[in-house]
Design a protein. Structure first.
Length: 230
């Protein structure tokens, strides 16, 4: 009678093949109720008795038996295939379990590397707050249907101007100017009016947002299309 836990694991192959004594069968059945490892391996090996029976049949009756399980040499079977087949069966079960654990470990490693790389790439973007910005809506003078929204984004070098424009003059050069508290003005960007009259443009100025007093959008000939005061 085998009673040690490790020995009970070794009874799995004989249990599948129906080679246990009544006493060992009762002991292993009791062990199987609580051992998840043996339960999983039993599910993998439960079909082996059928495969072994196919191997022992003549090739003429089962031409595909050799593909399912290679037959042992005739002298090996004559010497007692039951005694030799059981260790091989158990060894194969262990190999399958090790391979499964190896695949899981490899997958976990790849996932960990991927998460680490994503964290390294996304970390700064998630931790660094977006730069401060202020939104303004420009006013169009009489005779202009232009609609201009301006976001002033604070940058280390000055201010980024993000403009969203609609109903702009088609085919004309358009320039955006910024003016400081002293009245000095400078161009902060220019573009050519599109056929749809819509444009999203990014401009730039060395002035800080608090130094900008007004913004004007003009055509190349100086006609004001839209303006705003900060």
């Amino acid at each position: 009678m085998t009673s040690a836990p490790d020995d009970l694991h070794m009874l799995l192959g004989a249990y599948v093949l129906g080679g246990l004594s009544d006493e060992d069968h009762r002991a292993f059945t009791e062990h199987l109720r609580t051992c998840t490892g043996c339960q999983q391996e039993l599910g993998q090996l439960s079909g082996l008795p059928r495969l072994l029976s196919l191997v022992d049949q003549p090739p003429t009756e089962q031409p595909y038996a050799a593909e399912l399980a290679p037959a042992a040499p005739a002298e090996g079977r004559a010497a007692g295939s039951g005694a030799k087949g059981l260790p091989d069966l158990l060894a194969e079960a262990r190999r399958r379990r090790r391979r499964r654990h190896g695949w899981l470990a490899a997958a976990a490693s790849v996932a960990a590397i991927g998460l680490f790389g994503a964290g390294s790439w996304l970390g700064p973007a998630l931790l660094d707050p977006p730069p401060p910005s202020e939104h303004y809506t420009a006013t169009a003078p009489a005779g202009s249907a232009a609609q201009v929204g301006v976001d002033l984004v604070t940058r280390g070098w000055g201010t980024q101007l993000d403009l969203a424009c609609t109903n702009m003059p088609v085919g004309q050069e358009i320039v955006v100017y910024v003016r400081d508290a002293t009245g000095r003005e400078s161009p902060a960007g220019s573009w050519l009016g599109t056929r749809s009259g819509y444009a999203r443009v990014t401009g730039a100025t060395a002035l800080r947002p608090e130094q900008i007093r007004s913004i004007e959008v003009r055509t190349a000939d100086g006609t004001v299309i839209a303006s705003l005061r900060t």
